[in-house]
Write a protein that binds this ligand. Sequence first.
Ligand code: OVM
Length: 414
Amino acid sequence: MATQALNIATLQDHIEPPVPGVPCLDVDPYSREVLSNPEPWYDTLRETGDIVWLSRYGCWATGRREHVHAIFTDWERFPSSPGVGLTDFRNGKPWRQPSLVLETDPPDHTRARKVLARVLSPGAVRKIRPVFADAASKMADRVVEKGEIDGMEDIAKAYPLQVFPDALGIEAGDREMLLDYGSMVFNAIGPLNEFLQADLDKLEKVGPWIAARCDPAALRLDGMGAEIYAAVETGELTAEEAPLLVRSFLSAGVDTTVNAIGNALLLFARHPDQWQVLRENPKLARRHAFEEVLRRESPVHTFFRTTNDSVDVAGIPLGDETKIMLCMAAANRDPRAFDEPERFDIQRHTADHVAFGAGIHACVGQVVARLEAEMVLTELAARVERIELTGEHVWRLNNSLHGLEKLPLKLHPA
Ligand code: OVM
């Protein structure tokens, strides 16, 4: 198979830590068992030590909020250009051309990020607010009318797959391909296991579809995609860079919000008291409710960095050119940073969560993510008295996304 020639990390029997006497775990965090019920793993990782050696992959890992945040905000010692997954790009050709913004360091990163930050700025996003509000209102009417729904199909996938590609300026049709691509991009943060392999088998079909959506001819003139191409006119980007930057929207902009909205629905179904709090204070949808969802059920559980120099974390020398797993989901449940971290409380001040990362690579699309969540929660809270779980929810197994496959719900109208 073609993927055998790719440079992607795999599960190993046992790799000794570079320093003796450090805390080690021989768990495979990418096993079916862990991915379908990750919370015990998050807790084990975080409570085993400040920084822990994972012997099955030969990398470091941390689940403590303090270290996750410190490493994210220190791009000089923990760069992103060797890739932000388990695979070190310096060992061979990556599975796709590296992202101009995710998998780069300053000064290259700075230039690409500046363009994205402008297109996705609060001011720019304010302009799309009425369109997002209208779509959410219609979606909410539809699901309330239907009553018995699958929260993933009818809300969490349906809404982002409509509003985000519309805002970007890509045509309707075959948009589920965006979920296939998202799945692939996020599985590729982890090892070449059954989950990533299954996605790479679809690459021949999905890859060209994605590339065609990044072409200037395929983008509406009034969308965010066209604004990326406008940066070629001003000399900020080259003509070769623009499609690659549009690809970042398609990589990071859909599957992430799908899972975040799905996790929100699950949490509110499980915590009807918090749904009542939201209904009584709908302004909480504007910020607090979603931030608490991101903290309590983080849709992206891990990214990696690579050591640059002989750096140490909590007094442990990590060695050059070693990968470090930053488990944001574990950090967001760190009792050292959050009071009673298990408790889902939408009135809590959760500004310290690291679900969007931190530092120069912190999620550049977070304004759009928040807008989508705010609209969905606001319109549902206005119409739904109670969200009832009517069957088993099923987690979707992915190497770095934490979201649902199936979420059977009944919406009780207000
Ligand atoms: C990208 C990108 C950006 C953020 C997240 C992401 C792994 C991809 O630029 O392709 O998901």
